[in-house]
Design a protein around this ligand. Structure first.
Ligand code: PLP
Length: 468
């Protein structure tokens, strides 16, 4: 039997004495160096234990070098700006909607200084932190009252907990949605303490399916907008107005989860059937729930609007405190909502709406201008402007296509995947979409001011031979 190679691994103490790490202890922190050294040593041990053949251990100097590199990497922020050239406008992995300049400026201003978060400056009295934003929401949607929490999942869970814990909420089997990752309506409902009463079938639910399920245990009727799928063909669902009628007759509140939170009619951008928050209130929904960072184009948050008595009940639930938002969110949301006072202004200044409104001709011109510039960078063999289609994505209208134009790149000597990785990990980080032997840079989700950065990202790669 060969001697145990793990015995030859240096100790953390030994590593700390090596020159590169000694310097880092002073410059960054003792803890950071010790904890990174432990992690790298653990990885080394695992590598040795799982290696098929005997492996030579790196020298102390090599190991120290590796640890120093890891610490240097951890000094750059993990959350970095990305140029989104995937074409998906509401990419959850890329943080959904970018904020309007007005929203950024107001969030930055209250971040830097103390802020009038719970102080009414005119009276000197304590005020509710979200009062100003709630007034704007009431004005823009016609609702009696509003509440802002951490996200729409939070808004849903809180609403159900406050109004329906221990009692039943009736939902159509065709609307038990799952949103990418960990949001599943039946699970959110279970966690809230409300009991899900499913009615109808996957493809058809009629009004009497709801009304027959109503009993003394019923707390609410709920309608959910299936924002990331459609039931087509032999299908039927109950329109909001009919459910509202049934709710009135049985004295039950109707909750409408519209998901994407459009404040404007999206048919002007070519999208059909997207519920508008104010329309849902007008149609009689008692509560309407939506996200702030989807079609609204604001910061991550969840918004509840509707009847005053119900909103107040929700607000008084202990979970409301656990889900409340901070001053940065309130400042950014307030600024975004003020832009909507003039819909034309919102279209120009809310980045999501601006990207959506950009004409295919405009994208074509930019793609044709950028293609030769991209082709002149060392890692690119060929670049062409090509027409394509994309989607809003991120749980929003994934079945409706948006026309777009892309710069299609063919790399020089390296694979498309390698080019994609190099651009993703580069500075600035650029994420496109791979299609067969091309990397498509889709301009639908690229802000015009980012065009020069996009070329800079390609230039920064240098020659293919130098790529990692
Ligand atoms: C996106 C979405 C949610 C979850 O919203 P988050 O803000 O991501 O928590 C809930 N319901 C519907 C219908 C949605 O589209």
């Amino acid at each position: 039997m060969s001697p145990n190679p793990l015995r030859n691994l240096p100790s953390v103490h030994e590593l700390l004495e090596s020159p590169p790490l000694k310097g880092l202890v002073d410059r960054i922190s003792h803890n950071a160096v010790v904890s990174t050294a432990r992690t790298v040593l653990d990885e080394m041990r695992r590598e040795v234990q799982t290696a098929a053949t005997e492996m030579t251990l790196p020298s102390v100097a090599d190991l120290a070098e590796r640890i120093a590199r890891r610490i240097a990497e951890s000094e750059t922020p993990a959350l970095r700006p990305v140029i989104n050239a995937t074409g998906i406008l509401l990419h959850t992995g890329l943080g959904r909607a970018p904020l309007a300049e007005e929203a950024i400026a107001e969030a930055a201003a209250v971040a830097r200084d103390y802020a009038s978060l719970e102080l009414d400056l005119s009276t000197g009295r304590r005020s509710r932190r979200s009062a100003a934003v709630e007034n704007l929401l009431r004005e823009l949607t016609g609702a009696e009252a509003a509440l802002v929490v951490n996200n729409n999942a939070g808004a849903t869970m809180l609403t159900l907990a406050a109004l329906a814990a221990g009692r039943e909420v009736i939902v159509s089997r065709g609307q038990l949605i799952e949103i990418g990752g960990s949001y599943r309506l039946p699970e959110v409902m279970a966690a809230s303490g409300a009991v899900l009463r499913e009615v109808g079938s996957t493809n058809k639910t009629r009004l009497d399916d709801y009304t027959r399920a109503i009993g003394d245990q019923t707390a609410a009727l709920m309608l959910v907008h299936p924002s990331n799928y459609v039931v087509m063909g032999f299908a039927e669902s109950v329109p909001l107005a009919e459910l509202v009628d049934a709710g009135r007759r049985h004295k039950l509140p109707v909750i409408h989860d519209i998901g994407s939170g459009a404040l404007l009619d999206f048919s002007q951008f070519g999208f059909r059937g997207e519920p508008v928050a104010g329309e849902s209130i007008k149609a009689g929904a008692d509560l309407v729930l939506f996200s702030g960072d989807k079609l609204l184009g604001g910061p991550q948050c969840g918004i509840v609007i509707g009847r005053k008595a119900l909103v107040e009940k929700i607000e008084q639930h202990p979970m409301a405190r656990a889900l409340r938002v901070g001053k940065l969110t309130l400042a950014a949301l307030g600024a975004t909502l003020r832009l909507y006072r003039d819909p034309e202004k919102a279209r120009l200044t809310v980045p999501l709406l601006h990207l959506l409104c950009t004409s295919a001709d405009n994208l074509k011109n930019r793609a044709e201008r950028l293609a030769p510039q991209a082709a002149a960078t060392p890692a690119v063999a060929e670049a062409k402007a090509v027409a394509d289609v994309t989607y809003l994505g991120g749980g929003s209208l994934p079945t409706q296509e948006l026309p777009t134009w892309c710069v299609a790149l063919q790399p020089r000597t390296i694979s498309v995947d390698r080019l994609a990785t190099a651009l993703r990990t580069g500075t600035p980080s650029l994420v496109g979409r791979v299609r067969q032997d091309r990397l498509l840079l889709d301009l639908r989700s690229v802000l015009p001011r980012q065009d020069t950065q996009l070329i800079a990202a390609l230039e920064a790669l240098g020659k293919p031979a130098d790529l990692p």
